[in-house]
Ligand binder design. Structure first.
Ligand code: B4P
Length: 190
């Protein structure tokens, strides 16, 4: 199985590139952000809990995220593999993901990080705010908080995968098509 983590700050293009990767490699998409937004739109108990954190740009607690991902992995074990988009976002989540996969004799094939400067991230998120309806896309305060949370809690996940020799970075500025071409080169080397 091909199991990829697509890594990067909010607005780096993870969702955009995930869709292209899924089309080419027929992987199961596990986007924790999308899963939480689905729960929120259905007003489930999990959605109500997640909304409290998401609207201000904070992370949903690890135990909630981890059990949601574990269910998704269990439901999709007989397919080509997974693309993890927006997960793991803490070192604790990365550790839990390794353990979950190991239970099924699986592991992460490689991690691809999209590198994009902060000002470009903010301008992409603000452009998306016009159509996304997402509370966390709207105001500078929430956007800055998401980037700060990324720097404090998520960036250390890169070190976790560097120690495993599974981390590779791609320039996330340029056309969607050209960035995807760099990503496919990296995947070919996994
Ligand atoms: P996410 O849904 O993951 O939101 P995100 O970080 O903003 O990434 P997204 O996928 O939406 O953006 P993308 O880079 O694709 O998470 C939302 C919230 O959910 C979190 O803040 C947190 O509260 C919670 N959450 C999710 N996962 C969690 C976890 N594991 N643990 C705890 N909490 C969790 O795209 C951004 C924009 O850029 C798009 O509009 C796109 O059109 C544009 N774009 C893409 N590529 C481009 C390019 N090459 N050039 C120009 N624009 C481009």
């Amino acid at each position: 199985m091909l199991n990829i983590v697509l890594f990067g700050p909010p607005g780096a293009g993870k969702g955009t590139q995930s869709r292209k990767i899924i089309d080419k490699y027929s992987l199961v998409h596990i986007s924790t952000g999308d899963l939480f937004r689905k729960h929120t739109s259905e007003n489930s108990a999990l959605g109500q809990l997640a909304k409290r954190y998401m609207d201000s740009g904070d992370l949903v607690p690890d135990d909630v995220v981890i059990s949601m991902v574990e269910d998704k992995i269990r439901e999709n074990l007989n397919l080509n593999g997974f693309i993890f988009d927006g997960f793991p976002r803490t070192v604790n989540q990365a550790d839990a993901l390794d353990s979950m996969l190991a239970k099924h004799d699986l592991s992460i094939s490689g991690v691809i990080a999209l590198e994009v400067p902060k000002e470009e991230l903010k301008s992409r998120i603000k452009a998306r705010a016009k159509t996304s309806g997402r509370a966390d896309d709207q105001a500078d305060g929430e956007i800055n908080n998401r980037i700060a949370v990324y720097n404090n809690k998520t960036a250390p996940v890169a070190e976790y995968y560097k120690k495993q020799d599974k981390f590779t970075a791609v320039n996330g500025v340029g056309s969607v098509h050209s960035i995807f071409a760099f990503i496919t080169e990296k995947i070919a080397s996994f």
